[in-house]
Design a protein around this ligand. Structure first.
Ligand code: GCU
Length: 388
């Protein structure tokens, strides 16, 4: 697939082309975000004041070389169940740049500290369990992060927004279609939209923390949580960088193209309608009916840093389509006067390239682990740490 197979990223479906920065910011980007609200993820309401409580006071991490861990209980709306956010801070760097992300298995599974809560809720592999303490540390590699001076802020994605295979199980008291709060009834859909909203709530806490560098928040997520990370960054400019890992259909992959072996909207919507609004199924039936595709979602992050991570043995998440989408999004960076160069040719698996618009792919299957962090951390340092 070539970038030319995708519609011009600067032109809205009604034919208006963004002539300058002002119209991109005041008209085009808001219209694109509204399109993705209406046709993919749903709308989220303005956040009410959050209630915060300490779940685990800050303490040194065993074998952490001076890194600390703490856990916070966030009540994101009146009466909400708590969302537990762990913050791991590096020694000797204040304020610290921070990687922000939702995890699949619970904070307790990423760090071997017995004080971390085993969260409620349910996710891809069901409810988190205590015997998994520390078991999935390689997914977030906190030691590699803190060794490079990064903090990590993370929360279990299914704690207050369970992973639905239908529209039935969500707990948030708002309607993702209208973005309005309501007191009764279940919201129709849009779990990805809620996860993205929760990422912004983590950003609320982090940007108010003087020991975190609010100008250097990088949102990272894998697979369905990569879709959520991209949607969060598209909407929330406080994320200076976004790294969707193997986010695929509903994330950084275009819907157009129909490359054999890649996931199509009918597949993802058929399996997980509760992630989206119903309009997404219609979009999938005939993507050419509108001059919008997922490179527009990437473009909503301009002029910030975007790094797409893929995997050679994960054709389902459509690496070649994502590579084309990265290129097709680039004119938005040019319009905004930001030097951004995706790698001109697809790099060999196990390598990457580009600047501001980066690409990297692993040798191997669908996964998030040390190989990702070995590529992501130097890239984030280059993108966000200049002058430090
Ligand atoms: C399925 C789904 C993908 C999704 C992935 C995941 O494979 O088809 O769209 O990204 O699950 O989140 O693990």
């Amino acid at each position: 697939m070539s970038p030319d197979d995708l519609p011009d990223v600067l032109t809205l479906p009604d034919g208006r082309r963004a002539p300058d920065v002002a119209s991109w910011n005041s008209l085009h980007r808001p219209e694109l975000l509204a399109w993705f609200c209406n046709n993919a993820f749903g709308s989220a309401p303005t956040a009410p004041p959050m209630r915060l409580a300490t779940a685990l006071p800050r303490r040194a991490l065993p074998q952490g070389d001076g890194a600390t861990i703490e856990e916070w209980r966030l009540h994101c709306w009146p009466g909400s169940r708590p969302l537990h956010m762990a913050i791991i801070r590096p020694p000797g760097r204040v304020p610290a740049p921070c990687v922000v992300g939702l995890n699949f298995t619970g904070n307790h599974s990423l760090v071997g500290d017995p004080g971390l809560v085993v969260p409620e809720g349910t996710g891809l592999w069901g409810p988190p369990v205590a015997k998994e303490r520390g078991l999935f540390a390689p997914a977030w590699c906190w030691k590699a992060l803190t060794a490079r001076g990064w903090a990590l802020a993370t929360a279990f994605y299914g704690e207050i927004e369970p992973d639905p295979d239908d529209h039935e199980r969500a707990t948030r008291p708002w309607d993702t279609l209208s973005g309005r709060w309501h007191e009764e009834g279940l919201p129709p859909c849009g779990a990805i939209g809620v996860w993205a909203w929760l990422l912004s709530r983590l950003a609320d806490v982090l940007t108010a923390d003087p020991a975190i560098d609010a100008d250097r928040l990088a949102v990272v997520g894998h697979s369905r949580l990569g879709k959520a990370a991209l949607w969060a960054a598209a909407q929330d400019r406080r994320f200076a960088a976004v790294v969707p890992i193997q986010s695929g259909c509903g994330g950084a992959a275009p819907v157009r193209g129909g490359i054999p072996g890649t996931e199509q909207v009918a597949d993802v919507y058929g399996a997980r309608p509760g992630w989206f609004v119903p309009g997404y199924a219609e979009f999938g039936r005939d993507p050419t009916a509108t001059a919008i595709d997922h490179h527009h979602l990437i473009a909503c992050c301009a002029p910030r840093s975007v790094m797409l991570c893929c995997a050679e043995d994960d054709p389902w998440s459509n690496p070649l389509g994502q590579f084309a989408a990265l290129h097709a999004a680039a004119p938005a960076w040019t319009l905004l006067g930001a030097a951004a160069t995706p790698p001109p040719e697809l790099p060999p698996a196990g390598s990457g390239g580009g600047s501001r618009l980066r690409w990297w792919w692993r040798i191997g299957p669908h996964d998030q682990g040390p190989a990702e962090w070995a590529a992501i951390l130097p890239a984030l340092a280059a993108e966000l740490n200049q002058g430090r």
